[in-house]
Design a protein around this ligand. Structure first.
Ligand code: HEC
Ligand code: HEC
Length: 660
């Protein structure tokens, strides 16, 4: 077996096998040309003068619509005719005026060709000039048989693209490969040796599906998904933050949601409206309360985690490259939360809401003051009575369902106005918004496939088109139609052929692009999953007991060194490698103690047996010839200390650190 793998395996710097690069397809239909080639050229070279803040000569180059509308001298593009299009003519060498301005600034020949090709392909008779993200297809346009199951649809759509691009997918994963992947994805740990053997022994024809269902219905699944979505919704936080979340019921709320398979839409409602009816759901308010009455922080956390879009860049001006995200949307979302306040009630902390106030203005770059109205994204404006200038609002009880308390009194519950901005945000904006389903589908897809259908995972905007638009639409529609059934979505993906493909084993140079999903992508383990897996491997625990007091210092150390989830690019840091080398608690775990892995290995007399067993337990596979002879030689030289070092190099190596 390959030198490649051996090298990766022994690499102590945890170097990952490949780096994600930007998307580009061989396929060049007009839409894709625009999305993957033209738009990046314009974003890089032109929109600083023809975009959000400056529109030189009246020209905005951020969308096709704006380009066709053109600037002071008319349309910048004439469909089908590059030689009549200033967008093309002005970028040619020696052009007058020359774009971008400046003698030393010149697009490359290749870039100019792309612009010309795109203009040629625009059909003068077609009205279809909307950017792809804005176009909506009916499910019937997707040419799928009616009632197609999502797992089948996933394979149909992916296979269409493989055929088109002449990509050959890998074969089906082996049982141990599949099992390790499944455990790490669903439970956040590797299987124990007992679980490995039970699965290997089973002769049931449907054993993969049975295992998927069994794990999905386990408490460990709910716990691991709580861990993941807690990071998505709240960020990691430091140890004391995490402690507070535990104390105040946040973990329980989220874990119950996955355990009981509650509709994701209902979960979102509790996060946004945040008026828990039962004590066991009280943790839901933490999404708002942890942000300490800072409405901007709440808005900036809500948009990416619940709707899959980032809005920070629209705070001071419209979004520079996704023009549909406007400055008034940023401030609109802020306004939905700026009447809310964390208070203490007899039932504990609650989020009170005032019926008055919160009428703020924001400033555009040109210096105009504008009122922040209740609007977000493409949802219609929500009308609200505004006080006239100089008019003082009265906070009278007729405006409330539950009135605010008198001063100095601890109330029974939070104030609830008749017109509640938070309730309106959920009812009129979020609950019916297509992004609610899409954001969740994309997260789950990214978790299971190592890359979102839209990448990065929280930029589902016009500047980041999905790699498989039809599949994305289909899955989001199916998720919505199932009333946001979380387990159904996950189960469908796990049962697809694509999820169960083998990892790629060929040369690095020919590695297929991650967004083809034609081989299992490599995914870095989360801190929790990594530590739990080390514990299972080296301590030979059957029931991993993480979060126990004795190990909480190690938990915190891991969480601070391996913090990120859903990274845009994965690159393990030197800090992490040093942590693994120098951490005394890790070294301690690897030492032989009765019943642990090192001890068990020492009971086996032959180095070959020791190496094979260590590989099987830790990596779920046998060593190849090269690995075997290397490790055996090593153990022959250092029979005792060598075992610890062998185990160390396995658990700190890239293969262990990755799910593949
Ligand atoms: C540094 C600022 C700057 C950059 C960068 C820039 N432009 Fe311009 N652009 C201008 C100015 C200034 C004008 C007006 C020039 C004139 O009329 O002589 C203009 C005018 C134009 C016009 C004519 C618009 C009209 O209707 O009058 C086109 C087309 C154009 N630019 C395309 C581009 C393209 C394509 C790029 C990127 C490859 C680009 N520009 C980059 C500053 C810029
Ligand atoms: C705190 C306010 C603020 C935030 C937040 C902000 N910008 Fe800006 N941005 C400005 C201002 C002010 C200008 C205008 C500068 C000028 O007129 O030269 C500007 C201009 C720009 C321009 C166009 C002009 C240029 O010089 O290139 C781009 C592109 C841009 N911002 C991108 C971003 C991105 C991307 C983000 C999010 C990461 C962002 N901005 C967030 C204030 C902000």
């Amino acid at each position: 077996m390959s030198h490649d793998r051996a090298q990766r395996f022994f690499s102590t710097l945890l170097i990952c096998g490949f780096v994600f690069t930007s998307t580009s397809f061989a396929d060049d239909s007009t839409d894709k040309l625009w999305n993957f080639h033209v738009r990046p050229i314009l974003n890089k070279n032109c929109v600083s003068c023809h975009g959000v803040t400056k529109k030189k000569s009246g020209l905005d180059l951020r969308s096709i619509e704006a380009i066709l509308k053109g600037g002071d001298d008319g349309p910048a593009v004439v469909k089908g005719k590059p030689l009549k299009s200033s967008l093309y003519l002005y970028v040619l060498p020696g052009a007058e005026p020359h774009m971008p301005p400046g003698k030393d600034k010149q697009l490359t020949e290749e870039e100019i060709k792309i612009l010309a090709r795109w203009i040629e392909r625009l059909n003068p008779d077609s009205n279809d000039t909307k950017s792809q993200a804005a176009s909506k297809k009916n499910p019937s346009d997707l040419q799928l048989p009616l009632g197609t199951s999502p797992e089948l649809a996933i394979d149909v759509f992916l296979e269409r693209q493989w055929n088109k691009l002449k990509v050959t997918p890998t074969s089906r994963s082996s049982d141990p490969e599949f099992l390790r992947r499944l455990y790490l994805d669903l439970l956040g740990r590797i299987p124990t040796s007992v679980e490995l053997h039970a699965f290997a022994k089973s002769t049931h024809s449907d054993k993969r599906n049975l295992e998927i269902d069994r794990l999905l219905n386990s408490k460990e699944f709910a716990k691991h998904f709580r861990e993941i979505f807690s990071v998505v919704l709240m960020g990691r936080g430091n140890a004391s933050r995490r402690n507070e979340r535990q104390q105040q019921g946040w973990n329980r709320f989220l874990e119950d949601a996955f355990n009981e398979n509650r509709s994701w839409k209902e979960v979102v409602k509790e996060l946004v409206v945040a008026r828990p009816k039962e004590d066991k759901a009280k943790g839901a308010i933490r999404f708002i309360s942890e942000r300490k009455n800072d409405a901007q922080k709440i808005a900036e956390a809500l948009a990416p985690s619940l709707l899959g879009i980032q809005i920070q860049c629209a705070q001071c001006h419209d979004h520079p490259i996704a023009p549909e995200i406007e400055q008034r949307h940023y401030w609109g979302l802020v306004a939905f939360f700026n009447r809310s306040q964390v208070i203490n009630t007899k039932k504990g902390q609650r989020i009170s809401e005032s019926a008055i106030g919160g009428f703020i203005n924001f400033k555009t770059l040109s210096g105009d003051e504008k009122p922040a109205e209740l609007i977000f994204y493409d949802a219609p404006l929500i009308q609200e009575m505004r006080p006239k200038k100089g008019e003082k609002e009265k906070d009278d009880t007729s405006k409330y369902i539950v009135a605010p308390p008198r001063k100095g009194v601890t109330p029974d519950s939070e104030a609830v106005p008749k017109f509640s901005r938070r309730q309106k945000l959920y009812d009129d904006v979020i609950s019916e918004h297509p992004l609610l389903a899409k954001a969740f589908v994309n997260r789950v897809w990214a978790h299971l496939f190592g890359r979102g259908l839209v990448h990065p995972v929280d930029k589902i905007d016009s500047a980041h088109p999905p790699s498989h638009p039809d599949l994305f639409e289909f899955l989001a529609a199916d998720f919505k139609a199932s009333d946001f059934d979380v387990k159904r979505l996950i189960r469908s993906i796990l049962k697809s052929r694509a999820y169960q493909l083998a990892g790629y084993r060929g040369s690095q140079a020919k590695r297929p692009r991650p967004e083809f999903f034609s081989a299992a992508n490599e995914k870095p383990l989360s801190a929790e999953a990594y530590l739990r897996s080390i514990v299972i491997a080296v301590e030979q625990n059957e029931v991993p007991n993480l979060g126990s007091v004795s190990r909480s210092h190690l938990d915190n150390a891991f969480l601070s060194k391996f913090p990120e989830l859903f990274q845009e690019e994965f690159s393990p840091t030197l800090k992490q490698a040093l942590f693994m080398t120098n951490n005394p608690a890790i070294q301690e775990m690897l030492k032989p103690r009765e019943g642990n892995l090192a001890w068990n290995l020492l009971q086996l007399k032959k180095p070959q047996q020791q190496v094979e067993r260590a590989f099987e337990i830790c990596l779920g596979r046998k060593p190849d010839q090269e690995e075997l002879s290397y490790c055996v030689k090593f153990l022959e030289k250092k029979p005792k200390k060598g075992i610890e070092q062998l185990l160390w190099s396995i658990v700190s190596g890239a293969e262990f650190r990755l799910n593949h």
